[in-house]
Design a protein around this ligand. Structure first.
Ligand SMILES: [Zn+2]
Length: 339
C-alpha cells in the first residue's frame, strides 16, 4: 500500500531530526551529561537566530528561507516554549515557508492528520522526535533501572521520566506509544492519570506553591544529572545512609546553598527488620531564590576527618522556569552574559 502524504511527511521529518542529532553529536553529549535535549542550545549551534518576546497571539514563529530566525513567546511555561522551539526548528530545517503557530500539538506522530497542513504535520513529528528520541527513553530507563513490564506502567515513573527529559507528562506518554515501548491502551490509561495526587505524595505533605510546578524524586542514580524546571519546584532527595557506622549525609549544607529544607527524615526498612542495614535519608527541599546552581552532598562521619572516597552526590540545578524576553539562557552563556 502506498504511503499517505502525511505519513511520508512524518518520515521525512523524523529522519531530519535524526540527522540534526548526528550533526550536533547530541546523543553522545546528552547521554554522557544532562539527560535532556537542550533545544535552545541546539538552535544556537545551528547558527539560527533565536529570540523570546511577549507574543500574545502566537506560541512561536519561524521566518521563511532564505531568512533564518525563530521567535518564541515568553508567555508560556518552559516545556511549551521548548516544544514550540523544536517545532519552529522543524520548519527551519525542513525549509518550509514561514509559519506562525498559535497551537501546537505535542503528540507528534500520534496527532490526527486528516486534512491538516502537511508542513504542520511534519513540524510536529520533527519536534517530538527531536526532543524525545527513542535513545533518550532508553538512556533514562537504563540509568534508573526501570522495567518496561512493571515500572513504566506506573504514572509515578512516567512522571519522573518526563521531568528528566524536560517535556510535559502527556508528551512523554505519547512518545512511549510512538516508539512502541507500550501499547495504545496502556498509554491512554497513563495519559489520564492525576499528576496532582502524585506531587502531593512525593512532597511528604509539602506542595509546590504553583500548580504548574513539579516535585522531583532523585536518588543516587541521578548523581551528576541536570534538573531543568521551575523556581517553585520541590526536590525530594532519597539517599542510602550507613547509619550503623555513624555516616550521615551533610544535608544541612543545603541551607547555606540557599535551599529551604522542608523535610528531613530517615526511613528504616522494617520488612524484614535487619539490624545494621542502611536506612534511606529523605529530604524535601525548595530553592529560595531562582534555583540556579548546584547541589553537592557528601556522606561522612561527623567526628572523622573527611576522606576522599566518601560517598558524594551532585546535581546541576537550573530551576529557573520559562525563558525571559531577549536571548535564550544558552545564548547568554555562550556570549558570557549573566543568566
Ligand atoms: Zn508550525
Amino acid at each position: 500500500m502506498a504511503r499517505s502524504p502525511a505519513a511520508a511527511a512524518r518520515l521525512d521529518a523524523v529522519s531530519a531530526a535524526n540527522r540534526i542529532h548526528a550533526e550536533l553529536d547530541l546523543r553522545r553529549r546528552i547521554t554522557a551529561r544532562a539527560g535532556l535535549v537542550d533545544v535552545f542550545e541546539a538552535i544556537g549551534d545551528l547558527d539560527i537566530p533565536l529570540v523570546f518576546k511577549p507574543l500574545d497571539s502566537a506560541l512561536g514563529l519561524c521566518l521563511p528561507a532564505p531568512l533564518k530566525g525563530i521567535m518564541i513567546t515568553t508567555e508560556r511555561p518552559l516545556h511549551i516554549q521548548r516544544f514550540t522551539a523544536a517545532h519552529e526548528l522543524g520548519h527551519a530545517v525542513l525549509e518550509h515557508e514561514g509559519s506562525i503557530d498559535r497551537e501546537i500539538l505535542e503528540r507528534g506522530p500520534n496527532s490526527p492528520s486528516d486534512g491538516r497542513d502537511l508542513q504542520e504535520v511534519a513540524a510536529e513529528a520533527f519536534a517530538a522526535e527531536f526532543l524525545l528520541p527513542r535513545w533518550l527513553y532508553r538512556h533514562h530507563i537504563q540509568a534508573q533501572g526501570w522495567t518496561v513490564a512493571h515500572d513504566l506502567r506506573r504514572p509515578a515513573t512516567v512522571y519522573q521520566l518526563s521531568l528528566r527529559m524536560a517535556v510535559s507528562y502527556e508528551a512523554t506518554c505519547w512518545g512511549l506509544l510512538s516508539h512502541q515501548i507500550l501499547p495504545y491502551d496502556e498509554v491512554r490509561g497513563l495519559s489520564r492519570a492525576r499528576i496532582g495526587d502524585l506531587k502531593a505524595e512525593l512532597g511528604a505533605g509539602h506542595k509546590p506553591a504553583d500548580s504548574w510546578a513539579d516535585v522531583w524524586k532523585v536518588t543516587q542514580r541521578d548523581n551528576g544529572a541536570r534538573l531543568l524546571g521551575n523556581p517553585d519546584d520541590l526536590v525530594r532527595i532519597e539517599l542510602e545512609e550507613a547509619v550503623s557506622s555513624g555516616h550521615r549525609w551533610n544535608v544541612e549544607t543545603l541551607a547555606a546553598a540557599d535551599w529551604d529544607l522542608l523535610e528531613d527524615q530517615s526511613l528504616f526498612s522494617t520488612d524484614p527488620l535487619i539490624y545494621g542495614a542502611p536506612s534511606t535519608r529523605v529530604v524535601v527541599a525548595r530553592p529560595r531564590h531562582g534555583g540556579h546552581g548546584e547541589i553537592a552532598l557528601r556522606e561522612r562521619q561527623p567526628w572523622a576527618q573527611e576522606t576522599p572516597d566518601a560517598a558524594a552526590f551532585q546535581l546541576a540545578v537550573a530551576l529557573q522556569g520559562r525563558e525571559r524576553a531577549g536571548l535564550s539562557r544558552a545564548d547568554r552563556l555562550r556570549l558570557g552574559l549573566s543568566i
